[in-house]
Write a protein that binds this ligand. Sequence first.
Ligand SMILES: [Zn+2]
Length: 262
Amino acid sequence: MNFYTQILTRNDCYKAGRTIAPQGVMVHSTGANNPSLSRYVPGSEGIGYNTGGNHWDMSGTGACVHAFIGKLADGSVGVVQTLPWDRRGWHCGKGSRGSANDTHISFEICEDGLQDASYFGAVYQTAVELTADLCKQYGLDPQADGVVICHSEGHTRGVASNHADVMHWFPIHGKSMDTFRADVARAMEGEGEMLTYEQWKEYMVRYRKELAAKEATMTALVADAVALGISSDGSRPGDLMTREEGMVMARAAVMAARINEN
Ligand SMILES: [Zn+2]
């Protein structure tokens, strides 16, 4: 994730200085065809510079989010953080039951013309990664009720004004907030405990001697494999395995090698 920080200290929202204890993340998109991050922040060499005098780092903007996702100066997609994560943002107004401004970290995805699949793919993936990072940082479960929601879902839940974002855009590219929440959960697992096959091979080489030194018995190995749900039908582990599964598979490989030697 290409990450920049440009806190909008001249925005009235920042100046208000109120804080929240983050309980979720609200996903927005801008509703205007301008994918450039420099539309919304003063900018820098990497971000690109605002030339319209219309960025949000000024009094009277009337809104502020915690981050924007969009195009950097070189055309690639990145993130600019614009408020401290625990500052109370002005991003969703209020609904019949209150306001997610009091509970949710927010970011805007800069919209383009909504039809470009490659731009959408890049901002969607970046949004997944940013949300996964925030959920980790604040100990949030992205699939728990009401934690990761978009603006339109917030309105349905009575905690936001009546806006369509992001459900006027995501479905054009086969995505929804349900796929988004699932992808965030997967991203959180992926960084934590899942290994790719390549990683597992590296891991196995590294621990092979150590494992061989331990007098693992076939009985203990089988018991551990059963406890982890590793099955002979191939359903577990699949393409990805946990570190614990990797350890058991490595031990099994070491034992198989020994049997061959004998
Ligand atoms: Zn919105």
